[in-house]
Design a protein around this ligand. Structure first.
Ligand SMILES: NC(=O)c1ccc[n+]([C@@H]2O[C@H](COP(=O)([O-])OP(=O)(O)OC[C@H]3O[C@@H](n4cnc5c(N)ncnc54)[C@H](O)[C@@H]3O)[C@@H](O)[C@H]2O)c1
Length: 304
């Protein structure tokens, strides 16, 4: 198949693009290199340097390349930027997604795959772990804009019959991860430990997240490519890990004996986040395979 991976120079998109190529597909990457890096793009992929909000560029690209699948990973993914400039965030995450949806319908794309966020669309959870029916009350403009992307995809599905597959990722970590992303703490701690510097944990470090290794996220994307059904699934582990425990695993991976220091808590930070992988297992047979210790060890080594 001919697959367009937006954001394919970024962390997750580049791993997904490589897996599609490995599976024998023809891959095009569309990326403006704002947070991505040209070095991440698999050499077999065709890189188009450009912006997902550029209507003229998209119209020409889609008309010329007639993609079968759009795998949409490009985003403004920094929660703090979204708080500081919600308009910028909406421009990329809402308007950019809409532009891609319009072009996808225009050329009859067979599947639109979207990277949403379980960490941000549910907001402060009332059930642990959250399943896909959990209320969605995002507490950041980023969460709002990703949820809006999902809603527009449903609209295009209903009105134009666009097949779709929506993945709500937990906090994704792994080689090439961006320190500004939802699991940025893994990259930040690893880089400091490698330099032998002390890590500062915000607050008591008991805030929890659901950390999923990027190879498991790639496997979910491949499962999504293979299914004929429209669906929205969580891509997480169902396991809640606090920052203190995460630090401990990374410290051991690096063979360090440094203790962390505790700084002030970040105001407005979500206290707990964990999502259930049950639906993906039932519908697709997908489940996370890489244990946290193993994933963190591989990630730490990739930064070393
Ligand atoms: N990392 C996580 O923990 C996580 C969790 C949930 C959801 N997600 C989602 O997964 C996707 C990938 O995230 P990531 O962590 O790989 O981030 P990333 O920043 O590494 O990748 C995003 C890529 O999109 C590109 N990009 C940004 N704006 C663009 C634009 N306007 N036009 C074209 N390209 C643009 C960037 O240059 C970058 O290469 C995003 O949609 C993000 O919202 C990530």
């Amino acid at each position: 198949m001919r697959i367009l991976v937006t954001g394919g120079a970024g962390f997750i998109g580049s791993h997904v693009a490589a897996a599609y190529i490995e599976a024998g597909h023809t891959v095009f990457v569309l990326d403006n290199l704002s947070t991505g890096n040209i070095r991440n793009v698999p050499p077999e992929a065709d890189l188009v340097e450009g912006d997902i909000t550029d209507r003229t560029l998209l119209a020409a690209l889609f008309a010329e390349q007639r993609f079968d699948v759009v795998s949409h990973h490009a985003a403004q993914m920094n929660i703090r930027v979204s708080v500081a400039d919600p308009v910028l965030d909406a421009r990329v995450n809402i308007m950019g997604t809409l532009e891609l949806l319009r072009q996808s319908v225009a050329i009859g794309v067979r599947k639109f795959m979207f990277s949403s966020t379980g960490g941000a669309v549910y907001g402060e959870q009332i059930k642990f772990p959250a399943d896909e029916e959990h209320p969605t009350n995002p507490v950041s403009p980023y969460g709002v804009s990703k949820l809006a992307g999902e809603k527009y995809i449903h609209y295009y599905g209903r009105e134009y019959g666009l097949p779709h597959f929506i993945m709500r990722y937990a906090n994704v970590y792994g080689p090439r991860q961006n320190p500004l992303g939802e699991a940025g703490v893994v990259a930040i701690f690893s880089s400091l430990l490698i330099k032998g510097k002390q890590v500062t944990i915000n607050g008591d470090g008991r805030q929890t997240r659901d950390y999923i290794y990027v190879a498991d996220v790639v496997a979910a994307n491949l499962a999504g490519l293979a299914t004929e059904s429209n669906m929205t699934i969580n891509v997480g582990t169902g396991v809640e890990t606090d920052v203190v425990t995460l630090y401990e695993h990374l410290r051991q991976a690096g063979g360090s004996d440094l203790s962390p220091r505790h700084g002030p808590a970040k105001p407005g930070e979500q206290s707990r986040s964990v999502i259930s992988p049950r639906r993906a297992k039932e519908l697709l047979g997908w489940e996370p395979r890489i244990e946290l210790e193993e994933g963190l060890r591989r990630t730490y080594q990739s930064f070393a």
